[in-house]
Write a protein that binds this ligand. Structure first.
Ligand code: GUN
Length: 286
C-alpha cells in the first residue's frame, strides 16, 4: 500500500483564492513589507515568491533589500518606519539574519499587530495561552493540512521533531491546542527513532535530508515534512530535499507531504492570510 500524497499546492491555491476574495471585498488592499538582509540566494528566492504571491492575491507587496553590512541600529530604524506607516499592515523580516544582528531583538521590534510571521513574544505567548494570535505561517500551514485529513485530533499522538521558535515550538503548541498528545524531540533527544514509531502524526522540522527513514514511521501515520534543504545537483543548479526519505516513507505512511509541493506553498498562502487578518484587526481598532 502507498500513502496518500498531500497536495500542498492544491490546498494553498484554495486558501489563496479565498484570501483574494476577501481582499477584493476590502475598501483598501492590505500592505505587506518583506525585509531581506544579505545575499543568501535561498532567502532571496523565498522573498521573491512571497512578494509575487502577495501581488497575485491583490495585496500591496513591497521588499526592502539591505546589504549584509547593515547595522542592527539601521535595521531597527527601518522596522520603526514600517511600524509607523499606516499603509503597511504586515511586516516580515526574512530569517536567518547575519550573526552581528540579534534576531530576538529584531523580532521584538516589530509591532505585534503587524507581526505576520508570529515571532514576537506577545504573539508566541498568546498562542501558548490559546488566545487569538498571529501564528507562524509554516506551523499554521501544517495544521491546515493535518486537520484537512483528521478534523479532530483528540487522542492522537503527535511527534514534532525540532524545537525552533519558528516551526517546532509553535507546531507543538498548535497540536496541543487541538487536543493531541504531543511529544517534542530535538537534537539532544536520546532515541528519536523510537519516539517517532509511536506517532500517529509526525512533523519533521530539522533540515537534515533523509533523516526520517521508513522504519521510523508507524503504519498509516500522517507525515508532514517541513525540511527544505538545498542540495547541489550533479549537472549544476539545486534541488530541494525534505527531512523524510520519501521513497521509503510513502510505503508505510497513510498520508505524506512531498518536498517540494507540500508544506512550502502553504507557508506562503498562510502569510497572505495572516496579512489580511492583521489588516482587518488594525482597521477594526481605528
Ligand atoms: N526563513 C525561512 N522560513 C521563514 C519564515 O517563515 N519566515 C521568516 N521570516 N524567515 C524564514
Amino acid at each position: 500500500m502507498t500513502a496518500e500524497i498531500i497536495d500542498g499546492r492544491k490546498h494553498a491555491q484554495t486558501l489563496l483564492d479565498s484570501v483574494a476574495a476577501d481582499i477584493a471585498a476590502m475598501p483598501q488592499a492590505p500592505g505587506l513589507a518583506v525585509v531581506l538582509v544579505g545575499g543568501d540566494p535561498a532567502s532571496a528566492i523565498y522573498v521573491r515568491n512571497k512578494v509575487r504571491t502577495a501581488q497575485t492575491v491583490g495585496l500591496r507587496g513591497e521588499t526592502e533589500i539591505l546589504p549584509d553590512s547593515v547595522s542592527e541600529a539601521e535595521l531597527l530604524a527601518i522596522i520603526a518606519t514600517l511600524n509607523a506607516r499606516d499603509d503597511i499592515d504586515g511586516i516580515l523580516v526574512q530569517l536567518p539574519l547575519p550573526p552581528h544582528i540579534n534576531t530576538l531583538r529584531i523580532m521584538a521590534a516589530v509591532d505585534p499587530a503587524k507581526d505576520v510571521d508570529g515571532l514576537h513574544a506577545l504573539n508566541a505567548g498568546r498562542l501558548l495561552h490559546g488566545a487569538d494570535a498571529l501564528i507562524p505561517c509554516t506551523p499554521l500551514g501544517c495544521m491546515k493540512l493535518i486537520t484537512s485529513l483528521v478534523p479532530d485530533l483528540t487522542g492522537y499522538h503527535a511527534v514534532v521533531i525540532g524545537a525552533s521558535n519558528i516551526v517546532g515550538k509553535p507546531m507543538a503548541a498548535l497540536l496541543l491546542d487541538e487536543r493531541a498528545t504531543v511529544t517534542q524531540t530535538h537534537i539532544h533527544t536520546r532515541d528519536t527513532q523510537f519516539i517517532c514509531r509511536g506517532a500517529d502524526i509526525l512533523v519533521s522540522a530539522v533540515g537534515k535530508p533523509g533523516l526520517v527513514r521508513g522504519d521510523w514511521i508507524k503504519p498509516r501515520a500522517i507525515v508532514i515534512d517541513v525540511g527544505t534543504t538545498r542540495v547541489e545537483k550533479a549537472g549544476g543548479g539545486h534541488d530541494v530535499r525534505g527531512d523524510v526519505a520519501f521513497d521509503e516513507a510513502v510505503k508505510v505512511a497513510g498520508a505524506i507531504t512531498p518536498v517540494p509541493g507540500g508544506v512550502g506553498p502553504m507557508t506562503i498562502a498562510c502569510l497572505m492570510e495572516n496579512t489580511v487578518k492583521a489588516a482587518k484587526a488594525r482597521r477594526a481598532r481605528r
